[in-house]
Ligand binder design. Structure first.
Ligand code: 26V
Length: 831
C-alpha cells in the first residue's frame, strides 16, 4: 500500500485568493476526515489502515460519514425548531434505498476529499462502494420512489421524516437455477447496519389483541385495551443528505422487540426454548419484507406489520408535537402525514384513537384535524392489489381500531346515503366495511384531504373509474402528482461520463434545477456533441459488458443494440410480449441466417413474487430462449438474450447508462406511472412503449419523433374487452405471431412451454391472454422495426437520445416534491 502524498507548500500569494482559500478548507477537511477514519478503525476494529480489511475500511469510512450527517441533521433540526414550521412525515411500508456511501458523499460534496485520502492509503473509493450491501427494504417502484423523495426533500431543505420498518431481511436474493427462480434470504444488516443509529430512548409500545374496557370516570369515558399482547417498537434512524443543501432527511425504521416476556419459570425448569418463546413472536413482526407487490394476501402477520408501523409512527409524531406545543389543536398546522399507498391507512383510526382516548377530543373535532393532516397517494389500479382486510381478523387483532373504523363507516355511509338520495349502490361501493372486508383505499380517501395518482393518465383513471364515486362526492380532493426520480443519483452518480458532458455544454445548474436540462436542446444539431453522446453510450456499454463478464462470465457484444426491460415480473408489464417478439425474430433468422439485421442484445432483469407461478415460468422461458439461441453459432452473432440475476438498485444504476432501447410495454391503463422509464430516458435510452402511465408524459415531452409508441390506448383496451376479446383472431391473422406462439409447444432448449401456449390461446380460467399480448404484437413489431432501422443512422439516433436527456428534467423528483409541498402538504423550505 502506498503512503505517498503530494504535499504542496502553500505560498503567501495563494492564501490570498478565494480558490486557494477553498483549497485550504478542503485540505483542512481532508486532515479531519483522515483522522476520523483512523480513529474509527482503531475504536471499532482495533486496527490501523495497514492492518484493516477492506470491509473494515468501508465500515470505518461509512461511520465517519454518518457522524457528519448526524451533525448536519442536528443543525437542520435546530433551524426547523426555530422557524416553528410544518414538517412532513412520509409513511411507507417500503423504502428501497440501495447503497448510501456513494450517494451521501456525492450529496455532501465530499467525494473527492474521501477519494484522495483513501487513495493515499491504497484504497480505491469505487471499490469500497462495492463492499456495501443494498438496503433492499422494498419490492420495486413504490419503495424506490419513497427513497428518491427522501433525497429531494433534503436537497430542497424541506423538513421530512420517513417512517418504515427495519426488516431484518429485505427483498429476497434471486438465483436462477436451470431457468427457475430460487429465493434466498437477503442478509443485509451486517454491512448495512453502519448507516443506522439506534434510538433506544425513543421506543413506543404497540398493542395487539385483548379486549376493550370502557369505564365512566370524572374525566368522561375511558377506553382501554386490556389483556393484550404488547410489542415494543425500537426506532433506528438512517440519515439521507440533501445535495448542496442544509437539509437531511431522516428515515426512521422500527424494529419490533418483545417487552420483558422472558419466562423465568420455564427457564428454571431448563426449558430454554419455551423461556424465550415470547421473544421470537414479537420479533417476527419486523423479520421480513413481504415480497408480493402484485397480489394482496390477507396474512395476519402483514396486518400486524402495518399496524406496528402506523401505531409507533403516530405515537412518535404526537409525542414530538406535544414536546413543543401544549395542545393538538394546531396539529394540522405543524404536521403533514402522507399515506403512501394504502398500507399505512390505519393511521386514520390510530390518530382518532390517540386524539379521543388519550387527549379527550370529541369525534368531530378529532376527525376535522386529522383529515386536514393526512394525504393519500394511490399507486396501483390492479384490483387484485387493492387491500381489503377480513373484518373478523381486524376485530380480533386490533379491537379498538376496528371499533373506530366501524363508527367511521356508519357516519360515512349515512352521509353518502343522505347526499345521494338513498343510492344504495353508491353506499355499497364507498363503504369502509362491506362483504365482511375492510376496504383500505376507501378508508384512506375519507381520512385524507388529498388523493392523488402518480401520472396524469393514472390520476384520470382514478377519477373516471376506480374512485369515481368518491370523485363525485369530493372532487376537490383529487389531484395528480407525476412521479419523479432522484436525477442526481440516476444521472450524475450513475453516468459520470454524461454528467461531465453536460457540465461542459450546459453547466452544472441542472443538478439543482432538473428542468434546466432542456438547455441541451441547443446542441441538437452539433455533430461534435452528438458524436460524443454516441461515444459515451459505447463506453458505458463496454463497461457494463466487462462488469457482467467479471461477475458472471456472460459475454455481451457491446457493438449490438442494448434493448432493456428491467422491472418486476408481472403479466401486465408483458415481458411475455417481448419474449414472443424475440421468438418470432429467432425463427426468421432460423429460416434465413443471412437476414440483414442490426445485432441485438436483449437484457431482462426481474424478480417474480415467490408464489407467482406464471411469472416464474415466464422467467424460465426467457432463460431457455437465451440458452437455445446461444447454442446457435450463427444466429447468436446477431441475437442474444440474457436474463440478469438478482435485479436490485445497484444493478439498475449500472444498466441504465448502458441502455439504447427502453422497453415500457405494459397494457395501457395498467402501469400507474413507471419510474424506470424516466431513469432510462435521462440516460439517453429511447422508449419503445405503450401509451401507459408516465410514458404518455414522456411522449409529450420528447415529441413523436423521439419515442416509438405502439399498441392500444387505455380506451381501446376497454372497448376491446367490452366487445369480447379473442386472441385467436390475432393468432390466425399474423403468421409470425402464430409461429412464435406455436413454438412454445414445440419446446425451447428442451423444455415445454405449452402452459404459456394455453394461457395465451385458451386461458386457465376461461380468460385467454388476459393482458392482450396478442392484440398488440403486430404493432409492437412494426414500431421496433422502425426503431432498429432508425438506429442504423447513429447521428440521428444520438439526436433522439439528446432530446430524451434534455426533456427528462421535468421528471426530476424535485419537481414532484415541490408540488406535494406547495399543494398538498403546505410545507416550506427551511431558510
Ligand atoms: C401491494 C402489495 C400487496 C400486498 C402485499 C405487499 C404489497 C406491496 C406493494 C403493493 C403495491 C405495489 C404498488 C406499486 O408498487 N406500484 C408502483 O408504484 C410506482 C411508484 O408510484 C409506479 O411507478 C408503478 O407504476 C406502480 O406499479
Amino acid at each position: 500500500m502506498s503512503n505517498k502524498t503530494n504535499k504542496k507548500r502553500t505560498t503567501k500569494k495563494e492564501v490570498a485568493t478565494p480558490v486557494t482559500k477553498a483549497k485550504a478548507a478542503s485540505s483542512a477537511n481532508a486532515i479531519k476526515v483522515e483522522e476520523a477514519i483512523v480513529d474509527k478503525l482503531s475504536r471499532h476494529f482495533g486496527a490501523s489502515f495497514d492492518e484493516a480489511t477492506k470491509d473494515q475500511v468501508y465500515k470505518a469510512t461509512a461511520i465517519t460519514v454518518k457522524d457528519i450527517l448526524l451533525a448536519k441533521k442536528r443543525e437542520f433540526k435546530q433551524a426547523n425548531n426555530k422557524s416553528g414550521g410544518k414538517r412532513v412525515y412520509y409513511l411507507c411500508m417500503e423504502f428501497l434505498v440501495g447503497r448510501s456511501l456513494k450517494n451521501n458523499l456525492y450529496n455532501l460534496g465530499l467525494t473527492d476529499v474521501y477519494k484522495k485520502i483513501l487513495a493515499k492509503h491504497g484504497y480505491d473509493l469505487e471499490e469500497l462502494y462495492e463492499m456495501e450491501p443494498d438496503a433492499g427494504l422494498g419490492n420495486g417502484g413504490l419503495g424506490r420512489l419513497a427513497a428518491c423523495f427522501m433525497d429531494s426533500l433534503a436537497s430542497l431543505n424541506y423538513p421530512a421524516t420517513g417512517f418504515s420498518i427495519l426488516y431484518e431481511y429485505g427483498l429476497f436474493r434471486q438465483k436462477i437455477v436451470e431457468g427457475w427462480q430460487i429465493e434466498l434470504p437477503d442478509v443485509w444488516l451486517p454491512g448495512g447496519e453502519v448507516w443506522l443509529s439506534p434510538r433506544t430512548d425513543k421506543t413506543f409500545v404497540v398493542k395487539f389483541g385483548g379486549r376493550i374496557n370502557e369505564t365512566w370516570t370524572d374525566e368522561g369515558l375511558v377506553t382501554e385495551q386490556v389483556d393484550c399482547e404488547e410489542v415494543e417498537a425500537v426506532p433506528y434512524d438512517m440519515m439521507i443528505s440533501g445535495a448542496d443543501s442544509k437539509g437531511v432527511s431522516v428515515l426512521r425504521v422500527w424494529r419490533s422487540r418483545d417487552i420483558d416476556t422472558f419466562d423465568m419459570n420455564s427457564f428454571s425448569r431448563g426449558d430454554y426454548a419455551r423461556a424465550t418463546l415470547g421473544n421470537n413472536k414479537a420479533e417476527l413482526i419486523s423479520k421480513v419484507l413481504y415480497p408480493r407487490d402484485s397480489h394482496y394476501e390477507g396474512k395476519e402477520l402483514r396486518l400486524k406489520q402495518q399496524y406496528f408501523l402506523v401505531s409507533a409512527s403516530a405515537q412518535n409524531i404526537i409525542a414530538d408535537h406535544m414536546k413543543y406545543y401544549p395542545t393538538l389543536d394546531n396539529f394540522a398546522d405543524k404536521v403533514a402525514i402522507h399515506i403512501n399507498d394504502t398500507h399505512p391507512a390505519m393511521i386514520v383510526p390510530e390518530l382518532m384513537r390517540i386524539f379521543m382516548d388519550e387527549h379527550h377530543y370529541s369525534w368531530d373535532d378529532a376527525f376535522a384535524i386529522i383529515t386536514k393532516t393526512l394525504a393519500y397517494t394511490n399507486h396501483t389500479v390492479l384490483a387484485e392489489a387493492l387491500e381489503k382486510w377480513p373484518e373478523d381478523m381486524m376485530m380480533r387483532l386490533l379491537p379498538r381500531i376496528y371499533q373506530i373504523i366501524h363508527e367511521l363507516n356508519e357516519r360515512h355511509c349515512k352521509r353518502i346515503f343522505d347526499k345521494f338520495s338513498g343510492d344504495w349502490n353508491k353506499c355499497a361501493h364507498m363503504a369502509l366495511i362491506s362483504g365482511g372486508l375492510v376496504h383500505m383505499a376507501n378508508l384512506s380517501i375519507i381520512g385524507s384531504h388529498s388523493v392523488n395518482g402518480v401520472s396524469e393518465l393514472h390520476s384520470e383513471i382514478l377519477k373516471k373509474s376506480v374512485f369515481k364515486d368518491f370523485y363525485d362526492d369530493t372532487p376537490e380532493k383529487f389531484t395528480n402528482v407525476t412521479n419523479g426520480i432522484a436525477h442526481r443519483r440516476w444521472l450524475c452518480q450513475s453516468n459520470p461520463r454524461l454528467a461531465a458532458l453536460l457540465d461542459k455544454t450546459i453547466g452544472g445548474s441542472y443538478k439543482k434545477n432538473g428542468p434546466e436540462l432542456i438547455k441541451l436542446l441547443a446542441f441538437s444539431n452539433d455533430n461534435a456533441i452528438l458524436d460524443k453522446l454516441t461515444e459515451i453510450k459505447a463506453a458505458n456499454k463496454k463497461d457494463f459488458a466487462e462488469l457482467l463478464y467479471h461477475d458472471s462470465g456472460i459475454k455481451l457484444n457491446p457493438d449490438s443494440v442494448f434493448d432493456v426491460q428491467v422491472k418486476r415480473l408481472h403479466e401486465y408489464k408483458r415481458q411475455l410480449l417481448n419474449a414472443l417478439q424475440i421468438i418470432a425474430l429467432y425463427l426468421d433468422l432460423k429460416d434465413n441466417p443471412n437476414l440483414d439485421i442490426v445485432p441485438q442484445t436483449y437484457l431482462f432483469a426481474a424478480k417474480a413474487a415467490p408464489g407467482y407461478d406464471r411469472a416464474k415460468s415466464i422467467i424460465r422461458l426467457i432463460v431457455d430462449l437465451g440458452e437455445e439461441i446461444a447454442k446457435d453459432p450463427v444466429i447468436s452473432k446477431k441475437l442474444q438474450v440474457v436474463f440478469l440475476e438478482n435485479y436490485r438498485v445497484t444493478m439498475a444504476e449500472q444498466i441504465m447508462p448502458a441502455s439504447d432501447i427502453s422497453e415500457q410495454i405494459s397494457l395501457a391503463g395498467k402501469e400507474a406511472s413507471g419510474t424506470g422509464n424516466m431513469k432510462l430516458m435521462i440516460n439517453g435510452a429511447i422508449t419503445l412503449g405503450t401509451l401507459d402511465g408516465a410514458n404518455v408524459e414522456i411522449s409529450e415531452a420528447v415529441g413523436k419523433d423521439n419515442i416509438y409508441i405502439f399498441g392500444m390506448t387505455d380506451k381501446e383496451v376497454e372497448d376491446r374487452w367490452r366487445d369480447g376479446y379473442n386472441p385467436y383472431k390475432y393468432y390466425e391473422e399474423n403468421h409470425r405471431l402464430k409461429r412464435a406462439v406455436d413454438y412454445l409447444k414445440q419446446g425451447i432448449n428442451g423444455n415445454d412451454f405449452s402452459d404459456i401456449h394455453r394461457y395465451l390461446l385458451v386461458g386457465d380460467h376461461g380468460i385467454a391472454d388476459p393482458y392482450m399480448c396478442l392484440a398488440d404484437f403486430g404493432d409492437y413489431c412494426r414500431a421496433r422495426y422502425e426503431m432498429l432501422n432508425d438506429y442504423k443512422n447513429q447521428r440521428e439516433w444520438a439526436k433522439k437520445s439528446l432530446v430524451n436527456i434534455a426533456s427528462a428534467g421535468r421528471f426530476a423528483a424535485d419537481t414532484a416534491i415541490k408540488k406535494y409541498a406547495d399543494e398538498i402538504w403546505g410545507i416550506k423550505p427551511i431558510k
